[in-house]
Design a protein around this ligand. Structure first.
Ligand code: SF4
Length: 385
């Protein structure tokens, strides 16, 4: 597939459309000969993108501005790495405060490596994907232990660290060390799908898009990566494409077609399986809440929870932890990546001495507990928020 796509990107298109794989075609593949210039996709114009970035770069707490970069200021790999891990699957707006809090508590990789894991998990609560927080801590330890506190300076070496995969390593290497490597995230997928009017879901042409982007990466690789991120976040947004002010508009096929929002083509939706269970919120006469730790492995490992049942396809009968006057408080629905969870919420007042293994937390202290969003929703359903 790749060798069929690259000639398109290099302007070597011939009337051989029928030779393209049916799984990867461009929107303008028609029986009628397409009109110029739609049949002649250009590489991304990195110069235009950088010129736009020089004027419009977002001001972000982990970023070195293009002007400062030109003046010789180097990005701090610790801050770039932290921001990239936090930004996975969430937005800049959601991350900013977490980033500022982390960097005020732990200004260097040494500080983070020396922090207790519990504290890191607690500060992470609300960002979701807690495996990422554990990897974050393990990565800081590895950088200190194995690299003297200095992050490796290329994408291949960065990938040897815990929790740093292909995307994060490319982002750090490009932003911090100007490695000329394509940095392709979900925002960029959308921009490129529109630019090339990609007629199949992005996941079916990921390698081709990466190769196309790679061919365009200039020497100012870090600024280019961040410029493309900004473009995807502000100009070529999911529900709005501001093509009139976009530096890519002259060669963008989707804008020429007049309806860029039809891209990227959506994959057929897979049904998300449903799991069901019960959660038991116990308070003592003083209003303290009984909490416990989840197992050290698996979903939400090591986080704090209230006692709850297994989560199964069919709702089990509630197996109350203690005999008490249990009251049904409704249902909490929570969407995980791979399933939808429906928890029935029960609450009761119980004597404190009858439990072991967990701990009692005062209601005012619940905000400091490492409770993931799911169990905060459970407590809210029981009237404890
Ligand atoms: S011209 Fe429009 S559709 Fe094309 S990349 Fe720019 S904003 Fe997106």
């Amino acid at each position: 597939m790749l060798d069929r796509f690259l000639p398109l990107l290099q302007g070597e298109v011939r009337w051989g459309w029928t030779s393209l794989s049916p799984a990867f075609t461009l929107r303008h593949e028609q029986t009628e000969p397409p009109q110029l210039p739609l049949d002649n996709p250009h590489p991304i114009d990195a110069g235009a993108v950088l010129a736009w970035y020089d004027l419009h770069a977002r001001n972000l707490p982990w970023r070195v501005s293009p002007q400062d970069r030109k003046d010789g200021v180097r990005p701090d790999p610790y801050r770039v790495w932290l921001s990239e891990v936090m930004l996975q699957q969430t937005t800049v707006a959601a991350v900013k405060n977490y980033f500022l809090r982390f960097t005020s508590l732990w200004p260097t990789v040494f500080d983070l490596a020396n922090a207790p894991l519990d504290s890191v998990l607690r500060e992470w609560a609300g960002l979701g994907y807690y495996a990422r927080a554990r990897n974050l801590h393990a990565c800081a330890e590895a950088v200190v232990r194995d690299h003297g506190g200095v992050f490796p300076q290329n994408s291949v070496a960065l990938q040897t660290l815990p929790g740093i995969g292909a995307y994060t390593s490319a982002a750090i290497a490009a932003i911090c060390f100007d490695e000329q490597i394509a940095v392709l995230d979900g925002n960029l997928d959308r921009v490129l799908a529109r630019y090339y009017a990609l007629d199949v879901p992005v996941r079916e042409a990921k390698d081709e898009l990466r190769a196309a982007l790679q061919a365009s990466v200039p020497k100012r690789a870090g600024d280019f990566a961040q410029a493309m991120m900004d473009l995807g976040a502000t100009i070529c947004a999911p529900r709005n494409a501001s093509c009139l002010i976009c530096p890519l508009r002259s060669d963008c096929i989707a804008t020429r077609q007049g309806n860029p929002l039809v891209y990227p083509v959506k994959p057929a939706k897979a049904e998300r399986p449903v799991r069901k269970g019960h959660a038991f919120v116990m308070t003592d006469a003083a209003g303290d809440v009984y909490l416990q730790s989840r197992p050290g492995k698996g979903l939400l490992a090591g986080m704090t929870e209230v006692p709850n049942s297994d989560w199964t396809a069919d709702l089990p009968d509630p197996a109350y932890p203690l005999p008490a006057s249990w009251r049904h408080r409704g249902q909490v629905i929570h969407i995980f990546t791979h399933f939808r969870l429906e928890l029935e919420i029960w609450s009761a007042v119980v004597p404190p001495e009858s439990l072991g293994g967990g701990w009692w937390s005062e209601p005012e202290a619940l905000g400091d507990e490492a409770l993931p969003t799911l169990f905060r929703k459970v407590l809210a359903a029981a009237g404890l928020d």
